[in-house]
Design a protein around this ligand. Sequence first.
Ligand code: PMP
Length: 394
Amino acid sequence: MSATFPPLAERLDGLQSSAIRDLLKLTSRADILSLAGGLPDAELMPRDRIAVAAAAALSDRSRLQYTESPGWGPLREVLATRESGRLGRTVPVDEVFVTHGSQQALSLLSEVLLDPGSLVVVEDPAYVGALQVFRAAGARIVAVPLDADGMRVDALRELLAAGERPAVVHTVSNFHNPGGVTLAPERRRELAELAQQYGFWIIEDDPYGELWFDRPSPDAVATYSPNVIRLSSASKILAPTLRAGWMVAPTPVCRAVELLKQGADLCGSALTQQITADLLADTDWLATHVDSVRKVYGERARALVSAVRDRFGDRVISTDAAGGMFVWVDFTDGTDTSALLPKALDAGVAYVPGNAFAVSTDYSHSMRLCFTTSEAAVLEDAVDRLARAHAAKA
Ligand code: PMP
Protein backbone atom coordinates (compact mmCIF):
# COMPACT_ATOMS: atom_id res chain seq x y z
CA MET A 1 0.00 0.00 0.00
CA SER A 2 1.49 3.35 -0.97
CA ALA A 3 1.49 5.94 1.78
CA THR A 4 -0.53 9.12 1.31
CA PHE A 5 0.89 12.07 3.15
CA PRO A 6 -0.81 15.35 4.03
CA PRO A 7 -0.30 18.05 1.37
CA LEU A 8 2.72 20.31 1.06
CA ALA A 9 2.42 24.09 0.77
CA GLU A 10 1.07 25.51 -2.49
CA ARG A 11 4.24 27.58 -3.01
CA LEU A 12 6.00 24.31 -3.94
CA ASP A 13 3.70 23.73 -6.91
CA GLY A 14 5.71 24.10 -10.10
CA LEU A 15 9.10 24.23 -8.34
CA GLN A 16 11.58 21.91 -10.01
CA SER A 17 14.84 20.48 -8.83
CA SER A 18 17.72 22.21 -10.60
CA ALA A 19 18.33 20.50 -13.96
CA ILE A 20 22.02 21.01 -13.34
CA ARG A 21 22.05 19.03 -10.10
CA ASP A 22 20.22 16.21 -11.86
CA LEU A 23 22.72 16.34 -14.71
CA LEU A 24 25.72 16.32 -12.36
CA LYS A 25 24.58 12.93 -11.05
CA LEU A 26 24.91 11.62 -14.63
CA THR A 27 28.28 13.20 -15.26
CA SER A 28 30.09 11.98 -12.16
CA ARG A 29 31.17 8.81 -14.05
CA ALA A 30 34.95 8.38 -13.83
CA ASP A 31 35.37 8.10 -17.62
CA ILE A 32 33.70 11.45 -18.27
CA LEU A 33 35.63 14.70 -18.49
CA SER A 34 33.18 17.16 -17.06
CA LEU A 35 32.87 20.74 -18.19
CA ALA A 36 29.44 20.68 -16.59
CA GLY A 37 30.24 21.31 -12.92
CA GLY A 38 30.31 24.76 -11.45
CA LEU A 39 32.73 24.24 -8.60
CA PRO A 40 35.93 26.04 -7.71
CA ASP A 41 39.05 23.81 -7.66
CA ALA A 42 39.54 22.23 -4.21
CA GLU A 43 43.26 21.87 -4.98
CA LEU A 44 43.57 25.66 -4.97
CA MET A 45 41.70 26.17 -1.69
CA PRO A 46 44.06 27.25 1.09
CA ARG A 47 43.67 24.19 3.33
CA ASP A 48 46.84 24.72 5.37
CA ARG A 49 46.10 28.40 6.02
CA ILE A 50 42.53 27.46 6.99
CA ALA A 51 43.91 24.83 9.41
CA VAL A 52 46.10 27.46 11.11
CA ALA A 53 43.16 29.86 11.38
CA ALA A 54 40.90 27.07 12.69
CA ALA A 55 43.40 26.16 15.41
CA ALA A 56 43.64 29.81 16.44
CA ALA A 57 39.85 30.15 16.47
CA LEU A 58 39.42 27.03 18.59
CA SER A 59 41.79 28.33 21.22
CA ASP A 60 38.88 30.59 22.25
CA ARG A 61 35.93 28.62 23.62
CA SER A 62 33.53 31.41 22.75
CA ARG A 63 33.92 30.44 19.07
CA LEU A 64 31.88 27.35 19.99
CA GLN A 65 29.02 29.56 21.14
CA TYR A 66 26.14 31.13 19.19
CA THR A 67 27.07 34.47 17.68
CA GLU A 68 25.10 37.56 16.60
CA SER A 69 22.61 37.06 13.75
CA PRO A 70 24.20 39.71 11.47
CA GLY A 71 27.56 37.97 11.85
CA TRP A 72 30.58 37.82 14.13
CA GLY A 73 31.58 41.45 14.78
CA PRO A 74 35.25 41.29 13.73
CA LEU A 75 34.31 39.65 10.41
CA ARG A 76 31.80 42.40 9.71
CA GLU A 77 34.55 44.94 10.43
CA VAL A 78 36.99 43.30 8.02
CA LEU A 79 34.25 43.15 5.39
CA ALA A 80 33.31 46.80 5.97
CA THR A 81 36.93 47.79 5.32
CA ARG A 82 37.13 45.68 2.15
CA GLU A 83 33.80 46.90 0.81
CA SER A 84 34.73 50.53 1.61
CA GLY A 85 37.74 50.08 -0.67
CA ARG A 86 35.59 48.47 -3.36
CA LEU A 87 32.82 51.08 -3.22
CA GLY A 88 34.96 54.18 -2.70
CA ARG A 89 32.99 55.31 0.37
CA THR A 90 32.99 54.44 4.05
CA VAL A 91 30.69 51.46 4.50
CA PRO A 92 29.51 51.38 8.14
CA VAL A 93 29.58 47.99 9.91
CA ASP A 94 25.80 48.32 10.38
CA GLU A 95 25.37 48.01 6.61
CA VAL A 96 27.31 44.74 6.43
CA PHE A 97 25.45 41.50 7.08
CA VAL A 98 27.05 38.04 7.01
CA THR A 99 25.02 35.19 5.51
CA HIS A 100 25.42 31.44 5.03
CA GLY A 101 26.92 31.90 1.57
CA SER A 102 25.50 34.57 -0.69
CA GLN A 103 22.77 32.08 -1.58
CA GLN A 104 21.21 32.67 1.84
CA ALA A 105 21.27 36.40 1.21
CA LEU A 106 19.27 35.81 -1.99
CA SER A 107 16.82 33.66 -0.09
CA LEU A 108 16.33 36.06 2.83
CA LEU A 109 16.17 39.08 0.53
CA SER A 110 13.42 37.48 -1.51
CA GLU A 111 11.34 37.30 1.66
CA VAL A 112 12.19 40.86 2.66
CA LEU A 113 11.67 42.52 -0.71
CA LEU A 114 8.97 40.47 -2.46
CA ASP A 115 5.29 39.76 -2.02
CA PRO A 116 3.59 37.00 -4.02
CA GLY A 117 3.12 38.39 -7.53
CA SER A 118 5.87 41.02 -7.18
CA LEU A 119 7.82 41.53 -10.38
CA VAL A 120 11.45 40.45 -10.48
CA VAL A 121 13.57 41.15 -13.54
CA VAL A 122 16.34 38.62 -14.11
CA GLU A 123 18.92 38.14 -16.81
CA ASP A 124 18.43 35.59 -19.58
CA PRO A 125 20.24 33.18 -19.31
CA ALA A 126 19.90 33.35 -15.52
CA TYR A 127 21.69 32.13 -12.42
CA VAL A 128 19.44 29.21 -11.54
CA GLY A 129 19.98 29.56 -7.79
CA ALA A 130 18.39 33.00 -7.96
CA LEU A 131 15.55 31.79 -10.18
CA GLN A 132 14.70 29.04 -7.69
CA VAL A 133 14.53 31.54 -4.84
CA PHE A 134 12.41 34.07 -6.73
CA ARG A 135 10.05 31.34 -7.94
CA ALA A 136 9.65 29.99 -4.42
CA ALA A 137 8.71 33.51 -3.29
CA GLY A 138 5.86 33.48 -5.82
CA ALA A 139 7.35 36.35 -7.81
CA ARG A 140 6.40 37.11 -11.40
CA ILE A 141 9.61 36.77 -13.35
CA VAL A 142 10.46 38.70 -16.49
CA ALA A 143 13.81 38.28 -18.21
CA VAL A 144 15.98 40.68 -20.17
CA PRO A 145 18.69 39.22 -22.40
CA LEU A 146 22.44 39.42 -21.96
CA ASP A 147 24.84 40.40 -24.70
CA ALA A 148 28.63 40.73 -24.73
CA ASP A 149 28.34 43.78 -22.41
CA GLY A 150 26.10 42.10 -19.84
CA MET A 151 22.46 42.88 -19.13
CA ARG A 152 20.69 44.66 -22.01
CA VAL A 153 19.74 47.69 -19.96
CA ASP A 154 18.01 49.11 -23.03
CA ALA A 155 15.60 46.14 -22.89
CA LEU A 156 14.94 46.88 -19.22
CA ARG A 157 14.30 50.52 -20.12
CA GLU A 158 11.72 49.37 -22.67
CA LEU A 159 9.96 47.22 -20.06
CA LEU A 160 9.80 50.22 -17.74
CA ALA A 161 8.53 52.45 -20.53
CA ALA A 162 5.82 49.85 -21.20
CA GLY A 163 4.63 50.24 -17.61
CA GLU A 164 6.32 47.30 -15.86
CA ARG A 165 7.29 48.16 -12.27
CA PRO A 166 9.81 45.68 -10.85
CA ALA A 167 10.37 45.37 -7.12
CA VAL A 168 13.80 43.89 -7.78
CA VAL A 169 16.25 43.65 -10.66
CA HIS A 170 18.81 40.87 -10.19
CA THR A 171 22.15 41.08 -11.96
CA VAL A 172 25.34 39.02 -11.84
CA SER A 173 27.51 41.98 -12.70
CA ASN A 174 30.91 40.33 -13.15
CA PHE A 175 31.82 37.20 -15.14
CA HIS A 176 28.26 36.04 -15.29
CA ASN A 177 27.11 32.56 -14.29
CA PRO A 178 26.29 31.12 -16.79
CA GLY A 179 26.81 33.82 -19.46
CA GLY A 180 30.50 34.58 -18.83
CA VAL A 181 30.05 38.31 -19.61
CA THR A 182 30.57 41.47 -17.51
CA LEU A 183 28.23 44.44 -17.29
CA ALA A 184 29.84 47.40 -19.09
CA PRO A 185 30.64 50.48 -16.95
CA GLU A 186 28.22 52.81 -18.78
CA ARG A 187 25.41 50.24 -18.36
CA ARG A 188 26.12 50.08 -14.61
CA ARG A 189 25.53 53.81 -14.36
CA GLU A 190 22.42 53.63 -16.50
CA LEU A 191 20.99 50.71 -14.49
CA ALA A 192 21.59 52.57 -11.22
CA GLU A 193 19.88 55.69 -12.63
CA LEU A 194 16.83 53.64 -13.62
CA ALA A 195 16.66 52.20 -10.09
CA GLN A 196 16.59 55.74 -8.70
CA GLN A 197 14.10 57.00 -11.25
CA TYR A 198 11.63 54.11 -10.96
CA GLY A 199 12.26 53.19 -7.31
CA PHE A 200 13.30 49.55 -7.51
CA TRP A 201 15.98 47.54 -5.75
CA ILE A 202 18.94 46.12 -7.59
CA ILE A 203 20.51 42.94 -6.24
CA GLU A 204 24.09 43.01 -7.47
CA ASP A 205 25.13 39.38 -7.09
CA ASP A 206 28.92 39.41 -7.30
CA PRO A 207 30.70 36.24 -6.19
CA TYR A 208 33.16 36.34 -9.11
CA GLY A 209 34.34 39.98 -9.23
CA GLU A 210 37.76 39.25 -7.75
CA LEU A 211 38.46 36.42 -10.16
CA TRP A 212 39.56 38.68 -13.03
CA PHE A 213 42.36 37.49 -15.27
CA ASP A 214 43.72 40.51 -17.15
CA ARG A 215 42.26 43.64 -15.62
CA PRO A 216 40.22 44.35 -12.49
CA SER A 217 36.45 44.27 -12.88
CA PRO A 218 34.68 47.66 -13.27
CA ASP A 219 33.38 49.74 -10.37
CA ALA A 220 30.50 48.00 -8.59
CA VAL A 221 26.94 48.95 -9.56
CA ALA A 222 26.54 49.77 -5.86
CA THR A 223 28.96 52.67 -6.38
CA TYR A 224 26.23 54.51 -8.26
CA SER A 225 23.03 54.15 -6.21
CA PRO A 226 21.90 53.47 -2.63
CA ASN A 227 19.16 51.25 -4.11
CA VAL A 228 21.77 48.59 -4.82
CA ILE A 229 22.12 45.66 -2.43
CA ARG A 230 25.50 44.14 -3.04
CA LEU A 231 26.22 40.45 -2.42
CA SER A 232 29.57 38.76 -2.37
CA SER A 233 31.13 35.63 -0.98
CA ALA A 234 34.28 33.86 0.18
CA SER A 235 33.25 30.69 -1.69
CA LYS A 236 35.15 31.33 -4.90
CA ILE A 237 38.27 33.03 -3.48
CA LEU A 238 38.72 30.93 -0.30
CA ALA A 239 36.42 27.90 0.06
CA PRO A 240 32.67 27.26 -0.14
CA THR A 241 32.76 25.18 3.04
CA LEU A 242 33.22 28.36 5.06
CA ARG A 243 29.68 29.29 3.96
CA ALA A 244 30.66 32.91 4.36
CA GLY A 245 28.72 35.28 2.17
CA TRP A 246 27.90 38.89 2.85
CA MET A 247 25.53 41.64 1.91
CA VAL A 248 26.06 45.40 1.88
CA ALA A 249 22.67 47.06 2.17
CA PRO A 250 20.94 50.07 3.74
CA THR A 251 20.28 49.59 7.48
CA PRO A 252 16.49 49.00 7.20
CA VAL A 253 17.14 46.11 4.79
CA CYS A 254 19.78 44.66 7.12
CA ARG A 255 17.38 44.90 10.08
CA ALA A 256 14.62 43.13 8.13
CA VAL A 257 17.03 40.40 6.99
CA GLU A 258 18.13 40.04 10.62
CA LEU A 259 14.56 39.30 11.74
CA LEU A 260 14.25 36.58 9.12
CA LYS A 261 17.71 35.14 9.76
CA GLN A 262 16.80 34.68 13.41
CA GLY A 263 13.95 32.47 12.25
CA ALA A 264 16.00 30.68 9.58
CA ASP A 265 19.06 29.63 11.60
CA LEU A 266 19.49 31.99 14.60
CA CYS A 267 23.01 32.85 13.44
CA GLY A 268 25.92 31.64 11.33
CA SER A 269 28.96 29.77 12.61
CA ALA A 270 31.32 31.89 14.73
CA LEU A 271 34.00 29.29 14.00
CA THR A 272 34.01 29.61 10.20
CA GLN A 273 33.38 33.34 10.45
CA GLN A 274 36.50 33.79 12.57
CA ILE A 275 38.48 31.66 10.08
CA THR A 276 37.17 33.82 7.22
CA ALA A 277 37.99 37.05 9.08
CA ASP A 278 41.51 35.80 9.82
CA LEU A 279 42.18 35.02 6.12
CA LEU A 280 40.57 38.18 4.74
CA ALA A 281 42.46 40.38 7.22
CA ASP A 282 45.80 38.82 6.26
CA THR A 283 45.98 41.12 3.26
CA ASP A 284 49.47 40.26 1.95
CA TRP A 285 48.77 36.54 2.13
CA LEU A 286 45.32 37.04 0.56
CA ALA A 287 46.68 39.08 -2.35
CA THR A 288 49.23 36.35 -3.15
CA HIS A 289 46.63 33.61 -2.79
CA VAL A 290 43.98 35.28 -4.98
CA ASP A 291 46.64 36.12 -7.57
CA SER A 292 47.64 32.48 -7.82
CA VAL A 293 44.00 31.39 -8.27
CA ARG A 294 43.57 34.02 -10.99
CA LYS A 295 46.71 32.85 -12.74
CA VAL A 296 45.67 29.17 -12.78
CA TYR A 297 42.05 29.86 -13.80
CA GLY A 298 43.23 32.37 -16.42
CA GLU A 299 45.50 29.76 -18.04
CA ARG A 300 42.71 27.18 -18.01
CA ALA A 301 40.18 29.65 -19.44
CA ARG A 302 42.50 30.61 -22.29
CA ALA A 303 43.22 26.94 -23.06
CA LEU A 304 39.51 26.09 -23.16
CA VAL A 305 38.47 29.08 -25.28
CA SER A 306 41.26 28.61 -27.78
CA ALA A 307 40.52 24.86 -28.07
CA VAL A 308 36.82 25.63 -28.69
CA ARG A 309 37.65 28.25 -31.33
CA ASP A 310 40.28 26.05 -32.92
CA ARG A 311 38.13 22.87 -33.14
CA PHE A 312 34.80 24.51 -34.04
CA GLY A 313 35.83 27.64 -35.97
CA ASP A 314 32.88 29.71 -37.13
CA ARG A 315 30.37 27.06 -36.08
CA VAL A 316 30.49 28.61 -32.60
CA ILE A 317 30.63 31.98 -30.88
CA SER A 318 32.33 31.76 -27.48
CA THR A 319 32.77 34.34 -24.74
CA ASP A 320 36.37 35.37 -23.99
CA ALA A 321 36.44 34.25 -20.34
CA ALA A 322 38.05 37.37 -18.91
CA GLY A 323 37.39 36.07 -15.38
CA GLY A 324 35.14 33.92 -13.23
CA MET A 325 34.57 30.23 -13.91
CA PHE A 326 32.48 29.87 -17.08
CA VAL A 327 32.49 30.10 -20.86
CA TRP A 328 29.22 30.41 -22.78
CA VAL A 329 29.19 28.96 -26.27
CA ASP A 330 26.52 29.50 -28.96
CA PHE A 331 26.45 27.12 -31.92
CA THR A 332 25.82 28.97 -35.17
CA ASP A 333 25.18 25.78 -37.17
CA GLY A 334 21.86 24.88 -35.58
CA THR A 335 23.28 22.26 -33.18
CA ASP A 336 20.75 21.41 -30.46
CA THR A 337 22.85 21.06 -27.31
CA SER A 338 20.29 18.92 -25.43
CA ALA A 339 20.20 16.47 -28.34
CA LEU A 340 24.01 16.48 -28.53
CA LEU A 341 24.48 15.73 -24.82
CA PRO A 342 23.90 11.92 -24.89
CA LYS A 343 26.40 11.66 -27.75
CA ALA A 344 28.84 13.85 -25.86
CA LEU A 345 28.48 11.61 -22.78
CA ASP A 346 29.17 8.57 -25.01
CA ALA A 347 32.29 10.35 -26.24
CA GLY A 348 33.27 10.97 -22.58
CA VAL A 349 32.56 14.68 -22.09
CA ALA A 350 29.81 16.62 -20.31
CA TYR A 351 28.53 20.20 -20.35
CA VAL A 352 25.32 21.94 -19.34
CA PRO A 353 22.90 22.65 -22.21
CA GLY A 354 21.83 26.29 -22.46
CA ASN A 355 18.17 25.54 -21.87
CA ALA A 356 18.96 24.70 -18.19
CA PHE A 357 19.43 28.47 -17.70
CA ALA A 358 16.79 29.76 -20.08
CA VAL A 359 13.97 31.96 -18.82
CA SER A 360 12.17 33.19 -21.93
CA THR A 361 14.72 32.94 -24.74
CA ASP A 362 15.38 29.56 -26.33
CA TYR A 363 19.00 28.70 -25.58
CA SER A 364 18.80 25.28 -27.24
CA HIS A 365 21.88 26.08 -29.35
CA SER A 366 24.02 27.15 -26.39
CA MET A 367 26.00 25.51 -23.63
CA ARG A 368 27.89 26.43 -20.47
CA LEU A 369 31.42 25.16 -20.02
CA CYS A 370 33.30 25.37 -16.72
CA PHE A 371 37.09 25.53 -16.83
CA THR A 372 38.07 25.64 -13.16
CA THR A 373 38.71 22.04 -12.19
CA SER A 374 40.77 20.61 -15.07
CA GLU A 375 44.23 21.38 -16.31
CA ALA A 376 44.75 22.80 -19.79
CA ALA A 377 45.62 19.46 -21.43
CA VAL A 378 42.48 17.84 -19.98
CA LEU A 379 40.33 20.73 -21.19
CA GLU A 380 41.79 20.32 -24.68
CA ASP A 381 41.05 16.59 -24.58
CA ALA A 382 37.48 17.38 -23.46
CA VAL A 383 36.99 19.75 -26.40
CA ASP A 384 38.39 17.09 -28.79
CA ARG A 385 35.80 14.65 -27.47
CA LEU A 386 33.09 17.27 -27.91
CA ALA A 387 34.21 17.89 -31.48
CA ARG A 388 34.04 14.13 -32.19
CA ALA A 389 30.50 13.94 -30.76
CA HIS A 390 29.51 16.98 -32.81
CA ALA A 391 30.98 15.52 -36.01
CA ALA A 392 29.21 12.19 -35.36
CA LYS A 393 25.82 13.85 -34.97
CA ALA A 394 25.66 14.81 -38.64
N1 PMP B 1 25.40 33.87 -6.97
C1 PMP B 1 25.94 33.33 -8.07
C2 PMP B 1 25.84 34.07 -9.35
C3 PMP B 1 26.56 32.07 -8.01
O1 PMP B 1 27.08 31.55 -9.13
C4 PMP B 1 26.63 31.40 -6.76
C5 PMP B 1 27.29 30.03 -6.62
N2 PMP B 1 27.27 29.19 -7.66
C6 PMP B 1 26.06 32.01 -5.64
C7 PMP B 1 25.46 33.25 -5.78
C8 PMP B 1 26.05 31.36 -4.28
O2 PMP B 1 27.32 31.11 -3.78
P1 PMP B 1 27.62 30.97 -2.24
O3 PMP B 1 26.32 30.71 -1.52
O4 PMP B 1 28.56 29.82 -2.13
O5 PMP B 1 28.23 32.26 -1.80
